[in-house]
Design a protein around this ligand. Structure first.
Ligand code: 13P
Length: 247
């Protein structure tokens, strides 16, 4: 299997109105698609408009969550099939903010991943330890368990990526050392190889958590880092472009 290009994905979280589409259009107008795949994951209500606005460009559009069922009596929820129907090509699943705020377990995340695959979406599956778990020396155990529990067998041979996002690094301005990032990415790679064989060697492992223009080059060039999942710094086109150019 050939190694896919790195993926730089912006997670807008619950930020962005129609006027924010200009930021995405600016990114798409300046990005050089040869170096990386670039995706923006806006709030669900902007997916359709963003995918129309970015049609014909190399920038992909993704959701930030999806339900595990395709349709039904789940007030307020959005299914993977609906995201795909609105124009999304990818979806972030198992983000720590959802694991924490909505008690999403590995089992729930795995069911959501199955739904994403059914809908033809490429999942970005997030894992990461809390500060307490790191301080207790449990990081590798926790992350390995999350990878094993959140990635269902149906992913074999399918395009997807894993995002390592230490919870304590998200939105905090704190980042792990490069050694710490490489240690966790190596453990994720070992687990992916055990689970998926040769395919496991090529699955991009993204880093996420306070990635910004000033630290992007160092992080993106670390061993086993196959891209980035960027929160706050993806909201401004010039910051996001600076991160993409740091590759
Ligand atoms: P920040 O880049 O704002 O720390 O967010 C990271 C993140 O959670 C991306 O999914």
């Amino acid at each position: 299997m050939t190694t896919p290009r790195p993926l730089i994905a912006g997670n807008w979280k619950m930020n962005g109105l129609a006027a924010s589409l200009d930021e995405a259009i600016e990114v798409a107008g300046s990005v050089r698609p040869v170096d990386a795949r670039v995706a923006i994951c806006p709030p669900a209500v902007l997916i359709h408009r963003m995918s129309e606005a970015l049609k014909g460009t190399s920038v992909l559009v993704g959701g930030q969550d999806a339900h595990w069922d395709d349709r039904g009596a789940f007030t307020g929820d959005v299914s993977a099939e609906m995201l795909a129907d609105a124009g999304a090509q990818m979806v972030i699943l198992g983000h720590s903010e959802r694991r924490a705020a909505y008690r999403e377990t590995d089992e729930i995340v795995a069911r959501k991943v199955e739904a994403a695959v059914r809908a033809g979406l490429e999942p970005i599956v997030c894992v990461g330890e809390t500060l307490a778990e790191r301080e207790a020396g449990d990081t590798l155990d926790i992350v390995t368990r999350q990878v094993r529990g959140s990635l269902p067998p149906v992913l074999a041979g399918k395009p997807f990526s894993v995002a390592y996002e230490p919870v304590w690094a998200i939105g905090s301005g704190l980042t792990p050392t490069i050694d710490q990032i490489e240690e966790v990415h190596r453990a994720i790679r070992d687990t992916l190889e055990k689970m998926f064989g040769d395919h496991g060697r090529t699955i991009p492992i993204l880093y996420g958590g306070s990635v910004k223009p000033s630290n992007a080059a160092e992080i993106l060039h670390a061993s086993e880092v196959g891209g980035a999942l960027v929160g706050g710094a993806s909201l401004k086109a010039q910051d996001f472009l600076a991160i993409i150019r740091a590759l």
